[in-house]
Design a protein. Structure first.
Length: 334
């Protein structure tokens, strides 16, 4: 019993928010020696609310979690929010968001903190995924870590010497906008031939559909009955696991492209571990194998010695856990 009490005494609580393009997810998190646990969870569709109504919705839910926690005698240390865009971390200001309109130059930290009365921290979501994996997940115990999220966008977070590296203007880690082909197609960022333009999930599907329309042989052809626009990444993964040559080739290409980019990252940063997460990473070995092979083929041998390339531990929960981890990191710094 005494042991149990001690365990509770060392538990620390924080609220994590994963502000995505599709859903806003909140969790009351408990951190202890054993790791991290989601105590309470709630979510709502991002597009159901305009900007101010969305902030209000956040406030209501944060206050509810805080009250429930306080009722049980547990103090919530603060709120961490991960957002898909460019964020001034010091000021807690959102410069802009990639897939959510109406969020230009918003002082979110200030707005929320005045209402919820506990410290609020706002950061880029890929940074927070890196923090989650490095503090509690797949990269725990490593000093130099690169975390890549492969989804609609390709995000990157860097842990250097055990600390999150954000860069002068908080814009470091944009791995998805490293150039794969300088004469390639235009990217949303204004650049050309960015990695994301080839291996962002929409572009993986577009390329696969294009090849199917041009007559590529695949079991997906019968499955889709010419409605190629119904293709999903999950279908590509299932087909590849059934040894469908076409689907295997698509994943191989995705892995190759990511490998080329990561070989540059390895030569540039010489990390100990690369963690790969995001929806695209659910293809598992189908992309992990080519990524590992291409990195070893292309990066310096000395940089690859003892280098680990592993899947994310927390997967879709990495953002929310990282948001909570950010609170602890910042509050305990002071
Ligand atoms: Zn780009």
């Amino acid at each position: 019993m005494a042991q149990e009490e001690q365990k509770l005494a060392t538990s620390r609580y924080a609220i994590g928010v994963d502000f995505g393009g599709t859903f806003v997810k909140l969790a009351l998190l408990r951190f202890s020696e054993k790791g991290v646990k989601i105590e309470k969870f709630s979510s709502f569709p991002t597009k159901d609310y305009q900007r101010d109504a969305l902030s209000d919705q956040l406030v209501i839910r944060i206050i509810k979690f805080k009250a429930e926690s306080t009722y049980k005698g547990n103090r919530v240390r603060g709120v961490g929010i991960g957002m898909p865009g460019r964020i001034d971390f010091n000021q807690g200001m959102v410069f802009d968001l990639t897939n959510v309109p109406g969020w230009k130059n918003v002082h979110l930290k200030e707005v929320l903190q005045n209402k919820v009365k506990i410290p609020v921290f706002v950061d880029n979501d890929a940074n927070l995924m890196a923090l989650a994996e490095s503090k509690f997940g797949a990269a725990r115990g490593y000093k130099h870590c690169v975390c890549v999220t492969m989804g609609t966008g390709i995000g990157g977070g860097l842990i250097i010497n055990g600390k999150l590296y954000r860069g002068m203007n908080f814009a470091a880690g944009e791995i998805g906008h490293m150039t794969l082909n300088e004469n390639g197609p235009m990217c949303v960022c204004g650049g050309r031939g960015c990695a994301e333009r080839y291996i962002g999930n929409r572009f993986i599907l577009e390329e696969a559909m294009r090849q199917l329309r041009r007559g590529a042989r695949s079991i997906l052809r019968e499955q889709l009955r010419n409605k190629f626009y119904n293709l999903t990444l999950e279908m590509l993964t299932q087909a590849a696991r059934k040894k469908d040559e076409f689907s295997l080739m698509i994943w191989q290409e995705v892995g190759n492209h990511m490998g080329v980019v990561l070989a540059d990252v390895v030569n540039f940063l010489n990390p100990e571990i690369i963690v790969i997460g995001g929806g695209v990473a659910n293809a598992g070995a189908l992309i992990m194998d080519p990524i590992r092979r291409v990195v070893r083929e292309r990066a310096f041998q000395v940089s690859c010695r003892n280098l680990k390339i592993v899947p994310s531990k927390f997967r879709e929960k990495a953002g929310i856990i990282g948001a909570g981890a950010l609170v602890l990191t910042e509050v305990e710094k002071k």
